[in-house]
Design a binder for this molecule. Structure first.
Ligand code: FES
Length: 253
């Protein structure tokens, strides 16, 4: 695990209450993997808040940058959204276990994301399309909340749904998935818990990996703020330490 001062290269609003931040550094961009996350210190310690866990939307090892997408939901992320290019952020990472990407050549893979769960799927999809047939289904609350549609479409076939029907398919991602006439060998999903539950149930016969955007405390396995019921000897897993990516067959949602 590395603690590094990283420099903001870009921090801009890309959708409703949604910001894209690119930060550069010497170490973390070289070591982080798809599905892992970083913990960002908020307010230089002055706000006396916990670090914020943010998932990685993209990694560029040449420019030594990582891209974070975050939703402004409280004082901490509001503070983050005010920061400008050149600001130094204290970053802890890489944290957690990322996605496993090993399938048979040519397999059909489904990628499903909902709202705040969409970002970690972007870098994953970039890697998957090199070897597999990938279909992406992304769900958002409303039209103004949609982001990264073009970025995903440049990679592969992408479907969008909105809860209120103001853009794309009206309804849930599972409605779109049920209309796809495809036989998937594996799936990946990241999003709010109700979405993960619905996708897990819908894809019950297909191996899959779920990434949890669970609210975290310490981020390093010490506080038990992030536990999820699981089919192991302990009866639970810690999202921050055992996840955030877990096999769908391991967890009880
Ligand atoms: Fe503390 Fe997971 S956030 S144990």
């Amino acid at each position: 695990m590395i603690v590094e001062d990283m420099t903001i290269q870009k921090n801009e609003c890309i959708a409703l209450n949604t910001f894209e931040m690119v930060i550069s550094g010497e170490e973390i961009p070289l070591h982080i993997q798809s599905g892992q996350f970083v913990h960002i210190q908020i307010g230089d310690g002055k706000l006396n808040m916990l670090r914020r866990p943010l998932s990685i939307a993209d990694i560029n090892r040449i420019s030594q940058t990582i891209t974070l997408i975050y939703h402004v939901t409280g004082d901490g992320t509001k503070w983050l959204s005010t920061l400008t290019e050149g600001t130094i952020l204290n970053v802890l990472g890489p944290l957690g276990n990322g996605f496993e990407i090993k399938h048979s050549e040519g397999n059909q893979i489904l990628v499903v994301g909902g709202g705040v769960g969409v970002p970690p799927l972007y870098h994953l999809t970039k890697q998957l399309v090199r070897h597999y047939q990938v279909t992406v289904v992304l769900g958002f609350a409303t039209r103004e909340a949609v982001f990264y549609e073009d970025e995903f479409r440049e990679l592969t076939k992408t479907y969008i749904s909105t809860d209120d029907g103001t853009y794309g398919h009206k309804g849930f991602v599972t409605d779109v998935v049920s209309q796809l006439d495809l036989n998937f060998q594996h799936y990946y999903a990241c999003g709010p818990m109700p979405m993960l539950q619905a996708v897990q149930e819908q894809m019950i016969d297909t191996p899959g990996q779920l990434s949890f955007e669970e609210r975290m405390g310490c981020g390093i396995g010490a506080c038990f703020a992030c536990v999820c019921e699981a089919k192991n000897d302990n009866g639970y897993v810690k999202i921050c330490q055992d996840g955030p990516v877990l096999q769908a067959s391991e967890v009880i949602l």
